[in-house]
Design a binder for this molecule. Structure first.
Ligand code: FAD
Ligand code: DHB
Length: 528
């Protein structure tokens, strides 16, 4: 077997990367150790930042998220009985969404299947090979048979227990193990509060989160050696009530405990996130302490950064972005690490903390309460810094005036940045028709094929009706649209003729005799 990019691990990082690449026409295959059901059943994360939500929307993987996700415009930090609500929306314009990792994985795998992305489950002993050379490969055992996937690049998306990180020789490794862990439950009872509460108490840290309006998700700081059995339900609920403070405890509803698990509180970053043709993505390269919910969000943003670099490589032949991937990803990793270590050390009572440190934590909380600037800095990191931060210049008045001119040409839709964003999925759909197997699937059931793409209904209608002018209004670019009419066996001339309301012969005649007259085609505003 051969592919362009081999991905080890079908977690959030691996599946986001697979979809982003395949959408851009890059051939990928994913090799996953566990069974599909197991991948979907891992119930870990629940808090998605705006970067993750935006990316899932771009992938068309947000239909259920939009109806079932809980949007939170704020988050509470509590010290003893004192609570501070950080207004994420007012401070940053951003929000976070509660939506479980299980559902994220279900949505991603469903779309991957609909788009024909290859995912090999139950692949044992996967190993990245020859990553230092020009001909890397991934080998594994499937059904007792040795398998090999030759490729141009390998993305190690296999989490903290995977094999990929061991293939980076002598990395710099930054680690901190906190002398505590989290015991977490999922309860069939509504959460104690409409938004999350991060509570610091003399007895230890508590977090009130949720998975839905009727299911609370709670975590308590516990001993680093504790096991789930050390926390019978009654002990958990009583401790939670004590740490959440009187006001919250009064509204705490106990319910059947559906799950109970232990999570380590530790930090680890591997640098660089690349060796030769192997790139590390997500938990394979870094683990943040859980406070602040960065792990899945970082995994997704790594995948977005790497996908852009690989797409630039395949489209423009430029390896420049691949060379800076590790540094760019690590900038975000360390920003996330700052947030989660800061939140952990602010809210947890760590063994051996002296009274001065204890008092300083209180002073830090008070500073946060009184400083809007400090709250804004926290909020900005919590909702996730946009991937393009700093890259997009703010349009000046002059730029806006120039743009207005672009929309003043009769009968012409200029392909501006805004049109490109609007038509992104439509153009990617067109691009997919470059592959014969996709053309066959499209022809077999056009409606089903377009439904697998995150296009608006107006875009889908334009495609199905072959209304090219409507498609262009909806963001199509003529060079991408060409893949569609070529798939229909039409020439450029035939398609252009249809768009101008002329037969192919009349269109050819008009073009040969000098093209359309500029009269009446110069300005809508000016009427000439
Ligand atoms: P993983 O999810 O670990 O996926 C790796 C995949 O690779 C797995 O499918 C694995 O089976 C596969 N694999 C491993 N080894 C191999 C191999 N040798 N060959 C082939 N395949 C292999 N993050 C947040 O952002 N928000 C939250 O609210 C949040 N809450 C959390 C709560 C808990 C209790 C826990 C434990 C974590 C939480 N996280 C949260 C962190 C988040 O779950 C992880 O950071 C995220 O799953 C990382 O995604 P990943 O794709 O990098 O790795
Ligand atoms: C969740 C986990 C976190 O680590 C966090 O900071 C917020 C929410 C959760 O699982 O809901």
């Amino acid at each position: 077997m051969r592919t362009q990019v081999a991905i080890i691990g079908a977690g959030p990082a691996g599946m986001c990367l697979a979809l982003l690449l395949s959408e851009a026409g890059v051939d990928v295959a994913v090799v996953e150790r566990r069974a599909r059901d197991h991948v979907i059943s891992r119930g870990r994360a629940g808090l998605l930042d705006q970067v993750t939500v935006g990316l899932l929307a771009r992938l068309g993987a947000d239909r259920r998220l939009r109806s079932g996700g809980l949007v939170h415009a704020g988050v509470a930090l509590q010290f003893g009985e004192d609570r501070l609500r950080v207004d994420l929306k007012a401070l940053t314009g951003g929000e976070v969404v509660i939506y479980s990792q299980r559902d994220v994985m279900g949505d991603l795998l469903e779309i991957a299947e609909a788009r024909g992305v290859r995912v090999v489950f139950d692949a044992l002993d996967a190993q990245p090979e020859e990553v230092g050379g020009d001909r890397p490969a991934v080998t594994w055992r499937g059904d007792g048979v040795g398998c090999r996937l030759d490729c141009d690049f390998i993305a190690g998306c296999d989490g903290s227990q995977g094999v990929s990180r061991a293939s980076v020789p002598q990395p710099a490794s930054f680690e901190r193990a906190y002398d505590c862990a989290w015991v977490g439950i999922l309860a069939d009872a509504p959460s104690v509060h409409a938004e999350l509460i991060y509570a610091s108490h003399d007895r230890g840290f508590a977090l009130a989160s949720m998975r839905s309006r009727s299911r609370g998700r709670y975590y308590l700081q516990c001993g680093s050696q504790d096991r789930a059995e050390d926390w019978p339900d009654d002990r958990f609920w009583a401790e939670l009530a004590a740490r959440l403070g009187e006001e919250a405890a009064a509204g705490l509803v106990r319910g059947p405990v559906l799950e109970k698990s232990i999570t380590a509180v530790r930090a680890c970053v591997i640098e660089p996130m690349r060796h030769g043709r192997l790139f590390l993505v997500g938990d394979a390269a870094h683990i943040t302490p859980p406070t602040g919910a960065r792990g899945l969000n970082l995994a997704v943003s790594d995948a977005a950064l790497l996908s852009r670099s690989l797409i630039a490589y395949y489209r423009e032949g430029s390896a420049e972005d691949l060379d800076t991937y590790s540094a760019r990803a690590l900038d975000r990793v360390w920003a996330a690490m700052r947030l989660s270590t800061w939140m952990t050390e602010l809210t947890h009572v760590l063994p051996g903390t002296d009274p001065l440190e204890q008092r300083l934590r209180r002073a830090e909380f008070d500073h946060l309460r009184h400083s809007t600037a400090a709250q804004a800095a926290l909020a900005q990191m919590y909702v996730g810094a946009p991937l393009d931060e700093g890259a997009a210049p703010v349009a000046s008045a002059a730029t806006r005036a120039d743009e207005a001119d672009l929309h003043d040409i009769p009968g012409t839709t200029v392909f501006t940045g805004a049109q490109a964003r609007k038509g992104y999925h439509l153009n990617q759909f067109c691009l997919s028709l470059m592959k014969p197997e996709n053309r066959t699937r499209f022809r077999a059931d056009e409606r089903a094929y377009v439904d697998a793409w995150a296009m608006s209904e107006a875009q889908k209608r334009a495609i199905l009706a072959r209304d090219f002018n409507a498609a262009i209004t909806e963001g199509a670019n003529i060079y991408f649209l060409a893949k569609l009419f070529a798939a229909d066996g039409q020439s450029f001339q035939q398609a252009a003729g249809a768009m101008t309301g002329l037969s192919a012969e009349d269109y050819a005649r008009m073009m040969l005799s000098g093209g359309r007259s500029p009269q009446g085609a110069r300005s809508i505003r000016g009427g000439h």
